[in-house]
Design a binder for this molecule. Structure first.
Ligand code: BGC
Length: 782
């Protein structure tokens, strides 16, 4: 299991992360942990003034979810059908920069002396606040207090409020507020999880405009053809006169504010920044939209923005809060994760949630199956309107998925990309990329989950059914019946990326079976409930009469490898015949294996990067007995490295189910503080959004024992020994249910909605608005 890379600790506080002294050793990491975002804009938690600390210890990144450049993928040796272009999230102009000059000395946290330093990110206000005292090398002492907000209610807007107070002098002070367009992306090294392959500038200057207090840069991407306007408006006030000068240098524009500051008198700077791009609006409108937004933000003011921000978060926490009593470290980790998920998720139907959110360039801003299998449940049960937007995003990509299917020689159907931003397949390494055909079933699974939780037949008729049927067709395209009559799916890669290009990956086949049946059932439902929509879908997809019957036939004889001697499900046809990896002889520093062994060496062994069969045990829970689950867990745990951050949460959930309570707790702990404790040693490149959402699943599915199968909701809660109680909430079928588990009792409360029925350890519970609560003593539990 990966080890924490250093000693990094924040005081344990359920609602905050706080750096209580300037921690230069963890500067790079803290830039990720203190990042702010609103699902569109992402500002790494870098200091406004820049940081001249050691090289490689900072990445002053600013990202816009879904705003990308595209580049041809260069293969030294090509092959037909390989992904042609990469898309990567751009580092866009840094609009938060503020230079502070005291006479001719420039403020820089890497110089001078820092005292009384505190930086805090509050999950209830959404404000990143920093306060400190700094003594310049020349002996001038100032107090600084700043607050930064990225607006949840306006995706284009962020703001900074910045106060400077001279403590031991009076004299000239200069503040320079700028937008810096001379930015570039981080260069990738040998680690496939980091950065893009592009070096050098990616944005070309189109225009640079300045008004009284505003500065704006218009740029264009080279290949993707997007135009971006990044604009700021700055106001400085103090006791005396302020001289404002426009300032330009290359692709940097801003205003400088010169004044005479009196000792003990506070100078206040307020800055608003906006980003508008042609992914959302017509090119010719962008500049005007940016100016209007700035004028509006300035008129509303910084404090009003903070009030709206807090109100947005109050609503979020009222609906989504997971409470754990008796374990402060976990409580902090869980809130941190929930907060970052909210900051990361695209919610405009055109964007999705990247593996690292908008906090860093790891995995290039790509969207993966992480969304559907790990992140979707959190939003579905906490903020269903966002979950719906994630599905809209997939519907918007259906035409490209059809095109990709044709490139892959499938005459019918749609194949979604393994990794992408705007819908085009971007995986340059197909064995662990395009070969993961399970992405199609993962998307269908999330649509099924959505339908079962919301009953939203309108969505199914308008979009969902079409995605499900088009993606289902691919299984018939890549599978075939063997001599024994089994339906086999060959040459695919399952979730475990340490095993590639195999036949009958258990997870893939089992999920394909679910998918095929769901597609056929859904068509029946639409045909009987929405005849008009059925006719439209059938005609748009050239659906054949007998197609659904063919899907059912394949599903019914799906090959699902099982080893009777071991009593376990085989990960694929060949997995168990391979040699087990020699874990005893593998030094700790050789993990993750992917950085230390050629893929073929790894592929030849029984060794897993992450949950594969074990994930099927969760997603298709009712298809396995408890004994099956236990044996599979025992076997695969012994050969799994958890080198992927997507692994521990799943092992925690199944450990809970099979009664391995200590393991459940340990794996959960590993997931819940994965980024806060940097246990994978790469959080500086961005947070791990799938693992963050895995924490929510760990509580609800793991300790809460929640499952939704065949539309039925059930719980089987257990309470870890260290906890006094925990509580989480689930939006389902128009109701909001709170589940509270204490020592000796579980309490279910209908917070909203008319009625809800579910099971508690097999016993049926019915709540209504008239009788909204049920408390069940442990002695009554099965
Ligand atoms: C995992 C994949 C995952 C990707 C992005 C990889 O390390 O093996 O399952 O989709 O990271 O998070």
């Amino acid at each position: 299991m990966p080890q924490p890379s250093h000693n990094h600790t924040f005081p344990l506080d359920p609602w905050r992360v706080c750096e209580t002294g300037l921690d230069t050793a963890n500067n790079f990491l803290n830039e990720t942990l203190f990042a702010l975002g609103n699902g569109y804009i992402g500002l790494r938690g870098c200091h406004e003034e820049g940081y001249s600390g050691p090289a490689g210890q900072s990445l002053d990144g600013t990202y816009l979810n879904g705003f990308y450049e595209s580049e041809p993928i260069v293969y030294p040796e090509g092959a037909y059908g390989l992904a042609r272009n990469n898309q990567f999230m751009l580092n866009v102009p840094n609009a938060k920069g503020i230079e502070l000059w005291i006479g001719d000395e420039r403020f820089d946290l890497a110089q001078g002396t820092v005292a009384a330093y505190k930086r805090e990110l509050d999950f209830r206000t959404g404000v990143l606040a920093r306060s400190l005292e700094w003594t310049s090398p020349g002996g001038k002492r100032v107090a600084l207090a700043s607050r930064r907000v990225v607006a949840f209610d306006d995706k284009h807007l962020f703001a900074i409020d910045y106060h400077v107070t001279p403590l031991n002098f009076s004299g000239p002070l200069r503040l320079v507020s700028q937008v810096d367009g001379a930015v570039k992306n981080q260069e990738a090294g040998d680690d496939p999880r980091v950065g893009s392959a592009v070096s050098g500038p990616t944005l070309r200057l189109v225009a640079l405009e300045q008004g009284g207090t505003t500065s704006s840069i218009t740029q264009r991407t080279h290949n993707s053809g997007f135009v971006l306007v990044s604009a700021i408006d700055t106001d400085v006030s103090c006791c005396g006169a302020v001289q404002v000068r426009a300032y330009q240098a290359g692709q940097v524009a801003g205003q400088s504010f010169e004044l005479h500051a009196g000792q003990g008198e506070t100078v206040r700077l307020t800055k608003f920044g906006v980003y508008y791009s042609s992914r959302d609006y017509a090119k010719q409108e962008l500049a005007a939209l940016a100016q209007e937004a700035l004028a509006q933000a300035r008129a509303n003011g910084f404090e009003a923005l903070c009030t709206r921000q807090a109100a947005y978060l109050a609503d979020f926490w009222a609906r989504a809060d997971v409470e754990i009593a008796g374990d402060d470290a976990l409580q902090q980790g869980i809130h941190f994760n929930q907060f970052h998920l909210l900051q990361s998720v695209g919610r405009d139907g055109k964007t999705n949630i990247a593996a690292k959110g908008v906090t860093g360039e790891g995995y290039e801003g790509h969207y993966f199956w992480d969304t559907e299998i790990y992140i979707f449940p959190f939003f579905l049960y906490s903020k269903p309107e966002i979950a719906r937007k994630l599905l809209d995003y997939r519907y918007a990509g259906l035409a490209q998925a059809r095109e990709r299917a044709r490139q892959m020689s499938h005459a019918k159907g749609a194949l979604y990309p393994w990794r992408t931003i705007a819908g085009e397949e971007c995986s340059a390494y197909y064995p662990a990329g395009t070969a993961q055909y399970h992405i199609n079933a993962d998307i269908a699974y999330s649509i099924k989950l959505y339908y079962e939780a919301t009953g939203d037949l309108d969505f199914m008729a308008q979009a969902g059914a079409e995605i499900v049927l088009e993606t289902a067709r691919i299984w018939l395209g890549i599978g075939s019946y063997d001599r024994g009559g089994r339906f086999c799916i060959n040459e695919v890669t399952g979730p475990d990326e340490y095993t590639a290009l195999v036949n009958n990956n258990y997870y893939t086949n089992a999920m394909a079976r679910m998918h095929l049946r769901f597609a056929a059932d859904m068509l029946d439902t639409i045909r009987s409930e929405r005849a008009g929509d059925f006719a439209r879908i059938a005609s748009a997809t050239s659906l054949d009469e007998g197609e659904a019957a063919e899907w059912r036939r394949a599903a019914n004889v799906m090959a699902l490898p099982y080893d009777a001697a071991l009593g376990i499900h085989e990960q694929d046809d060949s997995f168990l015949s391979k040699k087990v990896w020699d874990f005893a002889a593998t030094p700790k520093e050789n993990y993750p294996l992917l950085l230390n062994y050629h893929p073929l060496v790894i592929y030849r062994h029984q060794v897993c990067k992450q949950a594969d069969v074990v994930l099927a045990l969760l997603l298709l829970s009712d298809q396995f007995t408890l004994d099956d689950k236990k044996r599979d867990f025992d076997y695969y745990e012994a050969v799994t490295t958890h080198d992927s951050s997507l692994s521990s949460c799943i092992f925690s959930i199944i450990a809970s189910e099979v009664g391995y309570h200590d393991k459940a707790y340990d794996y959960f702990m590993e997931t819940a503080r994965l980024d806060l404790d940097d246990t994978h040693g790469n959080t500086h490149y961005g947070v791990h959004t799938a693992a963050m959402a895995g924490t929510w699943m760990g509580v609800a599915y793991g300790f809460g024992g929640m499952r939704v199968t065949g539309g039925e909701l059930r719980f089987a809660p257990t309470l870890p020994i260290k906890w006094t109680h925990y509580q989480f909430q689930v939006h389902i079928r128009g109701a909001l249910l709170r589940i509270r588990v204490e020592q000796g009792a579980a309490e279910y409360t209908l917070m909203n909605g008319e009625a809800l029925q579910f099971a508690h350890h097999g016993r049926t519970i019915s709540l209504t608005s008239a009788a909204p609560s049920a408390r069940i003593d442990r002695k009554h539990a099965a």
